[in-house]
Design a binder for this molecule. Structure first.
Ligand code: HEC
Ligand code: HEC
Length: 342
């Protein structure tokens, strides 16, 4: 896997000249390890479930189900099979590598492989994991290495699926990593999250790392949060429909505030992102794309990098970017990024 780092690091050195060397070299803040961090910062982004989810209601597991636009049909048993995630739209993507389509080691670790289970066969992902479609293959391999060697953890250890992701990265072979990376890199990210500025949102419950509206028409103030929820909760929760997207409710005015930070660096508070992440924030070489992706996921990443729980080699260039960001800045930045065309 080592070869994949080199082009990235060379590109990194070129950009480093743009950034103050002192800021890059800044050591982790003294004594500020995970234990000292606030228990649930950016709680809307980590969405730690308050209690284990109740088991799904009993239903006829053998009844065939279909969704609009798909010629496939699956039983509820198949829909709930975590080892062989359903593929509603096989024509949407090239043939999936085995590691994307199936769990590799039944009985050993119930989660290793079947990347498509969490990230969907089309790689678009969900707020509780990550959109991996259209990420550079070299970047994906680097992240898998960081997850594997412990350089990428979550700042809120209540978020358990990050550790599951690390287990995946540790459990796959280099060949499988390469196959998955090339597959997801070849998938294009298309509009997936609709961003809406609002003061009031539907009252929600935590559905296991993401939010869905509770029954009824109750609402509550949004406050200083972003709430990302499925456009059609049943399509997402029950059917895992990879064509059914997300809506992100963001505070009024946050997109404009985010634009100031992202485009102009907020008068020295951070660094204009396009310098590395490319024009339109669509990525550049191994610098990952930022446009039109999950605000919850990105808020966690900015905070994890700031707290040094995500601390792989590539994050050195992000140090001066995240250093002075408040939780409010992170909210505004991620609202703006999500509002862009991917
Ligand atoms: C059980 C669910 C699950 C499975 C299965 C899974 N992942 Fe993940 N993955 C996650 C979660 C959760 C995150 C984000 C962690 C966070 O936000 O802290 C993630 C993040 C990632 C990222 C980081 C994306 C970025 O933008 O940096 C990559 C790359 C990735 N996964 C690739 C894979 C590959 C390849 C596989 C299959 C070998 C896989 N994942 C299987 C849950 C999963
Ligand atoms: C000096 C170069 C540089 C600048 C400027 C920069 N970034 Fe980054 N950014 C990177 C690199 C390199 C990575 C990959 C980190 C890694 O390998 O873990 C990254 C990763 C990220 C990630 C995680 C992506 C993912 O898929 O997990 C986010 C979010 C991000 N940057 C946001 C921003 C924002 C917002 C700005 C502007 C305010 C910005 N970056 C400015 C270099 C930069």
């Amino acid at each position: 896997m080592a070869n994949y780092f080199r082009p990235h690091l060379l590109a990194s050195f070129a950009v480093m000249a743009l950034v103050s060397a002192a800021a890059i070299a800044a050591p982790p803040p003294q004594g500020q390890d995970q234990k000292d961090a606030a228990p649930h910062p950016l709680a809307w982004a980590y969405a730690v479930p308050p209690a284990p989810l109740p088991p799904p209601p009993p239903t006829d597991e053998t009844a065939a189900r279909t969704i609009p636009g798909s010629t496939q049909s699956f039983t509820v048993k198949q829909l709930r099979d975590t080892g062989n995630p359903v593929d509603w739209f096989p024509n949407d993507h090239p043939p999936m590598p085995a590691i994307v389509a199936h769990r590799r080691s039944p009985g050993v670790n119930p989660w290793i492989g079947s990347c498509g289970l969490c990230h969907y066969p089309n790689g678009k992902g969900r707020p509780e994991n990550a959109g991996v479609a259209g990420l550079p293959a070299g970047y994906i391999l680097e992240q898998l290495a960081d997850f594997k060697n412990g350089a990428r953890k979550t700042a809120d250890t209540g978020k358990r699926n990050t550790a599951v992701m690390s287990g995946n990265a540790a459990g796959i072979t280099d060949e499988e990593a390469k196959a998955a990376a090339e597959y997801f890199a070849s998938m294009k990210m298309t509009p997936w999250i609709k961003v809406v500025e609002t003061e009031t949102v539907p009252k929600v419950r935590n559905a296991g790392g993401f939010f869905v509206p509770v029954e009824g028409k109750e609402t509550e103030p949004l406050g200083q949060r972003i709430l990302e929820m499925p456009v059609d909760p049943d399509a997402t929760e029950t059917y895992r429909n990879p064509h059914s997207g997300w809506i992100a409710y963001v505070p009024v005015g946050s997109i404009k505030r985010g634009e100031e930070l992202v485009v102009r660096g907020g008068a020295g508070k951070t660094i204009a992102c396009a310098a590395c992440h490319g024009e339109g924030l669509k990525g550049n070489g191994n610098f990952p794309p930022l446009a039109g992706r999950s605000p919850s996921y990105f808020a966690r990443q900015l905070y994890d990098i700031q707290q040094y729980t995500r601390n792989g080699p590539g994050t050195q260039l992000m140090r001066p970017v995240v250093q002075n960001l408040s939780e409010g800045d992170i909210l505004a930045i991620t609202a703006y990024l999500a509002s862009l065309e991917p």
